[in-house]
Ligand binder design. Structure first.
Ligand SMILES: [Fe+2]
Length: 239
């Protein structure tokens, strides 16, 4: 699939069809080969959103190259942002050389500090890897490998209302102690839910729209492009 074209269609759809957007979250695997040229091209595309745009790395990214290319304004790579009575935290779950995710001590300590410093703010946590199994055997081998350490922290902070990830290329929703766990479709191809091995779904590129309300509730919906001609090489056994 020509992923640049599908991304452009997603950006056009979001800017045309959504009500005013306060900010955009880009949850990892931004550039497949983690090249400087790739990040530079992505930056140009993201400016078309016309919103503050916050990025975090996935397993295909080089976190240093990503940070170098995408730190600034309106595109940035912060650890956390505060907006109205919400905190949004962006974690780096990249584990070099692995498709699995891992939160190192620095990330966990910063998470703990941010939650302790803002107990009165409703909180949305974003990271690339899924933190709970999605019942897809091959994808669940690439889960966050220290989710127990992550949940040991988050379970003690009831201000956390949502945890959202990329990585799984599909819509996913579950609840953990009242916290909404969300996965988002990819801006390119989708993986078939609950598949045992690698399998591409027929769904078109998409994104997730979130409304964070002042009482801490989250309204969310997943949007797939209505008119996108899929041009996937379906004979591919991987990507
Ligand atoms: Fe990924």
């Amino acid at each position: 699939m020509r992923t640049l074209v599908s991304l452009q269609h997603v950006i056009t759809d979001a800017t045309k069809n959504l009500p005013s957007i306060d900010l955009t979250l880009v949850t990892g695997d931004l550039v497949h080969d983690a090249s400087t040229a790739g990040y530079s091209l992505l930056k140009k595309q993201l400016t078309h959103l016309g919103t503050p745009t916050y990025c975090l790395p996935g397993n295909h990214d080089d976190p240093k190259a990503l940070k170098k290319a995408l730190s600034g304004n309106p595109i940035d790579t912060p650890f956390s942002i505060q907006k109205k009575n919400w905190s949004i935290i962006l974690l780096d779950s990249n584990l070099p050389g692995s498709t699995k995710g891992h939160l190192d001590k620095t990330q966990l300590d910063k998470l703990q500090d941010c939650l302790s410093n803002h107990p009165d703010r409703h909180t949305l946590i974003c990271l690339h890897h899924h933190t709970t199994p999605v019942k897809s055997r091959w994808l669940d081998t690439m889960i966050l490998d220290n989710a127990d350490e992550f949940f040991t922290i988050t379970d003690h902070h009831p201000q956390i209302k949502g945890i959202t990830c990329g990585h799984i290329h599909q819509s996913f929703e579950a609840k953990r102690n009242g916290t909404l766990l969300m996965g988002s479709p990819s801006t390119c191809f989708q993986f078939t839910p609950q598949s045992i091995d690698f399998d591409i779904d027929n769904k078109s590129p998409g994104y997730r729209f979130l409304t964070l309300l002042s009482d801490g509730s989250i309204i969310t919906k997943v949007i797939h492009l209505k008119s996108f001609t899929n041009s996937i090489d379906r004979s591919s056994s991987g990507y």
